[in-house]
Design a protein around this ligand. Structure first.
Ligand code: ATP
Ligand code: MG
Length: 410
């Protein structure tokens, strides 16, 4: 049923080596699920009854990682495969390996178990299937295959309890249902409504990882809409799409643009998306009598970033990138004398220009400024000069105002 040709050779070789050393080894989780659904797996995870230390000994190029959830990374030049030891998910010994906080959230899970037990600690039935590329058999949760055929995301065990143990499962249910075009089981829906708020207690680092999975895998717009319908958007993005029509449209345009870029094999970065998603917040903070107040604008940048960082960590390296895109939005309005050449040379010009087009789309603007910059980029020096000169003659006053954003554009 699964074609081994679709599986990473390196992953198969790891399973063979585990077997040679008398350990079990299976592909598990997302890769088995995706292969059964006819999708290309993002990565290949392996489950085994060998402990992390035993796995580490078999593979020279490997390292043990994680504390909350110990596992082994086995790598070669081009690939990295996660090898996880079967876990029981139940703290029978109570010797501190499975630690929960008051809300029932699991904060550490390092109790080894067998395959059957490992099945039950997984989140959804469709994620609890194990495939051996050697025997070519699929085993695991008894409903896993059935739910794949039924196209249904079903929790393993009571979702209210499972989502208390790990609130991120709410986000995962939504993400998988969009990715696979599966429906979400009714009990899960109820659990999301009831337990979704526990997401506020998840670390910003983990939510940033989830943010990237949700918004940088080609389903950003769909995922955002579904998150919003469950009221979970606020745990990932501080900007409220309901604030006004412009905000709603800008968020949609930015998310749609990310999806489109991925479809066309163009690069995407969380920095660009965050700059776009937070723009309405920044503008709101910077307005004074319906005009952008520059002092407020510059002062608010850090404030807006900090608020978002609290919920989904924004790695340091993106901060200046995000601020560059914002400041360049102002500079794109200023086109007198040498200014356009300077702006054009800025290393973030392209990103800033792309964002300008998104802003214009969202604002139903006449696309006048975006068109001007498109012309400026594609034409030779003579035309560049005349673009600036024409502007001087016709629009000097407007250009002088430079940062006087037209109301529609914000
Ligand atoms: P994708 O890689 O497409 O995001 P995935 O299902 O492979 O999807 P991973 O985060 O890579 O997701 O996790 C691999 C497997 O580990 C899952 O299929 C699931 O069985 C298990 N798993 C991951 N996260 C959790 C969780 N929070 N709770 C329970 N099981 C989980
Ligand atoms: Mg995976």
């Amino acid at each position: 049923m699964i074609n081994n040709k679709k599986i990473s050779k390196f992953a198969i070789s790891i399973i063979k080596d585990l077997n040679k050393n008398n350990f079990e080894g299976y592909l598990v989780g997302g890769c088995v699920r995706d292969l059964l659904c006819g999708l290309e797996p993002k990565d290949f995870d392996i489950a085994t009854n060998a402990t992390p230390e035993q796995v580490r000994k078999i593979f020279k190029a490997s390292r043990i990682i994680g504390k909350r959830f110990k596992l082994v990374h086995v790598f070669n030049r081009s690939e990295l495969i996660e090898v996880a030891t079967f876990r029981s998910g139940q703290d029978l010994t109570n010797n501190g390996h499975l630690i929960k906080d008051q809300s029932g959230k699991i904060i550490r899970d390092n109790i080894w178990g067998n395959l059957d037990e490992d099945t039950y600690r997984r989140d959804f039935t469709v994620n609890a299937l194990y495939y051996s590329p050697i025997s070519k058999k699929i085993i695991g949760h008894k409903n896993g295959m059935g739910d794949i055929h039924k196209k249904s995301i079903v929790s393993i065990g009571d979702p209210k309890k499972r989502f208390s143990e790990d609130p991120v499962r709410s986000l995962r249910a939504i993400r998988f249902s969009n990715k696979l075009e599966f429906k979400i089981d009714k009990k899960i829906k109820e659990a999301i409504y009831e337990k979704g708020a526990l997401l506020a207690g998840i670390s910003n680092a983990r939510l940033f990882d989830e943010f990237c999975k949700i918004f940088l895998s080609g389903m950003a717009e769909k995922n955002f809409n579904k998150l919003t319908s469950f009221g979970l958007n606020k745990y990932l993005v501080t900007t409220d799409p309901q604030k006004n029509e412009f905000t709603k449209k800008l968020l949609s345009e930015a998310l749609r643009n990310t999806d489109k870029r991925l479809k066309n094999n163009l690069s995407v970065t969380p920095g660009f998306l965050i700059a776009a998603l937070l723009w309405p917040e920044l503008i709101e903070q910077s307005l004074s009598k319906n005009e952008i107040n520059l002092r407020k604008f510059f002062r608010s940048m850090d404030k807006v970033l900090r608020r978002q960082h609290k919920i989904t960590a924004i790695p340091r390296k993106f901060h200046s990138y995000i601020k560059d895109i914002w400041v360049l939005q102002l500079k794109l309005h200023s086109r007198i004398n040498k200014q356009p050449y300077k702006t054009f040379k800025h290393p973030r010009f392209r990103a800033a220009y792309d964002f300008l087009l998104i802003r214009e789309k969202a604002a139903n603007e006449k696309k006048y400024l975006g068109k001007w910059w498109t012309d400026f980029q594609i034409n030779d020096d003579n035309i560049k000069r005349s673009l600036i000169n024409n502007l001087k003659e016709k629009n000097l006053e407007e250009s002088m105002k430079t940062f006087g954003f037209s109301q529609e554009l914000i």
